[in-house]
Design a binder for this molecule. Structure first.
Ligand SMILES: NC(=O)c1ccc[n+]([C@@H]2O[C@H](COP(=O)([O-])OP(=O)(O)OC[C@H]3O[C@@H](n4cnc5c(N)ncnc54)[C@H](OP(=O)(O)O)[C@@H]3O)[C@@H](O)[C@H]2O)c1
Length: 236
């Protein structure tokens, strides 16, 4: 597929928040490119509606560069890049370094290299945006998942650097969610404890992330900002 209007690229969009945002972007009229790692049911719906779906594994530099090269064979411009791909990976004893390197690659190296190599594509669109989806946990650290947390904190920091580097042509912002959607395996006890952590006490669903993304795409005067979408967790 080749596209004429500048498409939005969203990474890791075959399920859950990424898939929801992809469907809303299509509904809002954006040509769309999504990256996916595993084939999932949601991808069929996106393809039927005209989205280009490209396989990508961001756990190594080679995988990231292969994705960028493939992307450039399909489009010479981008309206926006939404870095959503993520692994919710914990460290296990003896395998800490592998987990750290993997999370570094998915959460930091992939956005870093994609931003650097695709800036020229974004500059062919006005307006142009990069949005990093990080995690509210980076605000306070995590005793249980330090590698996940550090890599998301690093992603927040890349928002500042790329916003300065790419201004004024490209706005660069982040969204830092706390609980948005439980995973199916989360038990009742985990769910209750997690809901307790926020002042608002709800599982809001992916709509709140699309609202935040829409705001960032549409606002011409916001760059270098990370939007906290955490139900007031910082108040408790
Ligand atoms: N859900 C929440 O409540 C919550 C809370 C805080 C922050 N967030 C952030 O919001 C974003 C979306 O969350 P989510 O819960 O929808 O995430 P998710 O269900 O875990 O989906 C993430 C996607 O990233 C892809 N991915 C994982 N590892 C990859 C790799 N090595 N290379 C390429 N793609 C890879 C996955 O592909 P596969 O389909 O192959 O697994 C998956 O589809 C993430 O950045 C997450 O950190 C979510």
């Amino acid at each position: 597929m080749s596209v004429s209007a500048a498409p939005v690229l969203i990474t890791g969009a075959s399920q859950r928040i990424g898939l929801y945002c992809a469907e809303r972007l299509l509904a809002d009229g954006h040509p769309l490119i999504v990256s996916y790692r595993r084939e999932r049911e949601g991808l069929r719906r996106l393809r039927e509606r005209g989205a280009l779906t490209l396989p990508a594994d961001f756990s190594s530099e080679a995988g990231i560069l292969a994705f960028i090269a493939e992307l450039k064979t399909h489009t010479d411009r981008l309206r926006a890049i939404v870095h959503n791909a993520s692994e919710w990976l914990g460290e296990t004893p003896g395998a800490e370094a592998a987990a750290f390197q993997r999370l570094f690659s998915v959460h930091m190296l992939a956005p870093y290299l994609i931003n650097l190599h695709c800036a020229e594509l974004l500059r062919r669109s006005t307006p142009a945006d990069i949005v990093h989806i990080s995690d509210d946990v980076a605000r306070k650290g995590s005793a249980k998942r330090p590698a996940y947390c550090a890599s998301k904190a690093g992603l927040d920091n890349l928002t500042l650097s790329f916003a300065a580097k790419f201004a004024p042509q490209i706005k660069v912002n982040g969204i830092a969610p706390a609980l948005i959607l439980f995973n199916p395996e989360d038990d009742a006890d985990y769910r209750a404890k997690t809901l307790e952590k926020s002042a608002l006490g709800i599982e809001p669903g992916p709509q709140v992330i699309y609202q935040s993304l829409r705001y960032l795409l549409d606002n011409p005067y916001v760059t270098g900002t990370t939007l906290t979408v955490n139900g007031g967790r910082h108040l408790k």
